[in-house]
Design a protein around this ligand. Structure first.
Ligand code: FA5
Length: 340
């Protein structure tokens, strides 16, 4: 009985010394566990007389209950104290204003592309998607640029390690894909997409940029249709007062060929570094589809004719929004992107 009282006294003192939940749980294991001090004390029952045993049993139960109750009480107090300390350490000020979320914006190239789709859509052209990775055959040969032809120098090309597979240098190979799909029906499509050129990067030239190709094939399509349609596009895109000029040029896949220039937005035609001091910015190449290309697409050039063009989307965006350097488009600078 004496040893049980000693166990009880020590256990009660130990309980007060437990300062954390972990320490208290260790106390519980050492005192009330299967091999704890209270359990060990019960073994002394064998040394007692039969009269003393029920008294001892009753006392054991009282000790167990009392220590268990004290444990529960202390556990609740320690948990509450730990929670209070945690809350004090991790103060949450619910009156602070929330963090602003920044919704994404449409990139200026996408904005311009959508405007281009809308205008050509209004004029009866539908979007035709073509691939970024092309074959030499479609990017050059079927467009009347054989392997030996010096015109290949016009497009500095990113070749892949697979012979004959390259990143398209222009959207023109899509013309052949569209002709193969539509022949012998008439065609009015635009073909948007990214083009890649192994070029010197400057204020007006990037190594990757968007183009929108256009292709119209049918009967009795003339150069007047090409000129009128492109002039209409330029006026719809830049406004009715837009100054533009057609300049004769050479492309192997069109004959005759012309480029369309728009008056430089930056200098108003006076001449500056962006327009290379010409007062004009070239936005597209165009021409009447070459008979060889029509034939490669499956159309008989004696019956069909057509026009095609390829416009630089970032160049158009530069003119429209007064952007003086094409490098801003892929620089990922929020100060630039947030303006759109
Ligand atoms: C072509 O790529 C021809 N395929 C266009 C064409 C299509 C002609 C159909 C006739 C018929 P060019 O290399 O000039 O042509 O490029 C067309 C337009 O893409 C240019 O007027 C310019 O606006 C844009 N462009 C060309 N190179 C770059 C570059 N490095 N960075 C940004 N824009 C460019």
């Amino acid at each position: 009985m004496d040893s049980l009282d000693t166990v009880y006294t020590e256990a009660t003192a130990g309980l007060q010394q437990a300062k954390t939940v972990t320490e208290l749980e260790a106390w519980h294991r050492d005192v009330l566990g299967r091999k704890g001090s209270v359990q060990l004390a019960t073994r002394t029952v064998g040394q007692l007389s039969p009269e003393e045993r029920p008294v001892f049993g009753k006392r054991i139960n009282e000790v167990k209950r009392s220590l268990s109750d004290a444990y529960e009480e202390r556990l609740a107090a320690l948990k509450a104290a730990e929670l209070r300390a945690k809350m004090a350490a991790e103060t949450l000020d619910v009156t602070l204003p929330g963090r602003r979320s920044y919704p994404g914006r449409v990139h200026p190239s996408t904005l311009t592309l959508r405007e281009i789709y809308r205008i050509w859509g209004d004029m009866g052209f539908q979007v035709y998607r073509s691939r970024d990775v092309e074959s030499d055959e479609y990017n050059f040969e079927l467009l009347n640029i054989p392997a030996h032809h010096p015109a290949r120098d016009m497009w500095d090309t990113f070749h892949t390690t697979t012979p004959g597979v390259l990143l398209r240098t222009h959207t023109s190979p899509g013309q052949i894909h569209a002709m193969h799909e539509y022949c012998p029906e008439p065609i009015r499509v635009i073909l948007p997409g990214m083009c890649y050129r192994y070029e010197q990067i400057t204020a007006r030239a990037e190594i990757q940029f968007h183009q929108v190709e256009g292709l119209a094939v049918g009967q009795n399509i003339t150069l007047a249709d090409l000129k009128g349609t492109l002039a209409d596009f330029a006026r719809r895109m830049f406004g009715p007062e837009t100054q533009m000029r057609f300049r004769a040029n050479y492309f192997p896949f069109t004959e005759p060929s012309a480029e369309l220039d728009i008056e430089c937005f930056l200098c108003g035609g006076k001449g500056c570094p962006v327009c290379k001091y010409t007062g004009w910015l070239e936005i597209l190449g165009s021409g009447m589809v070459h008979p060889t290309v029509l034939r490669n697409g499956g159309y008989d050039p004696a019956l069909y004719s057509g026009f095609a063009f390829g416009m630089g989307v970032e160049r158009i965006a530069m003119l429209k929004y007064g952007i003086e350097d094409i490098r801003y488009f892929w620089a990922n600078d929020l100060r630039f992107l947030e303006q759109f």
